[in-house]
Design a protein. Sequence first.
Length: 133
Amino acid sequence: GLYFITNNNREDFNTETEVNFVLGNVKLSGLWKAYWLDVPCCQDEHNIYATVQYQSKNTNWDLGGSISKGLGDNAEFIPNISADATFRISHSIRIASELNDIIKLIKNETRSYANSDYVEKGGSAALLVKFQF
C-alpha cells in the first residue's frame, strides 16, 4: 500500500487555554493549543487563535474575523486570516459572505500542513444564501 501503519509509544502532555470576553455586542475569543511532548502528525507544536464577532443591536447583520497561527520549527510563516459578514433579508433568509485564508487567497498559494509534504488549497471566497426555519 501507499501508507505504512506502525505502532509507536507516545508521551502526551497537551494543553488548551481559552479566554472569552463579551463587551456589549462584541465577542472576543482567544485560544492557545500546545503539544509539549510528542507532537501528532501534521500538527504544530503550538497554535494560537483569536476571533472577534460583532452583532448589530437589532440583529440584522453581523461581522466577524479570525486569525490563527501555528508556532514551531516547521510552522507556516503566514497566519490564516479570515472574515465573514451576514445580513438578514427577512425573518428566515440571510445572505452571508465568507473570506477564508485571505492572504493565501490573494497570493494564490497553497497552505502546507505542519511537518509534512501535504498541502491544502490556500484561501476561498463564498457568497451564501441561508434559510432558517
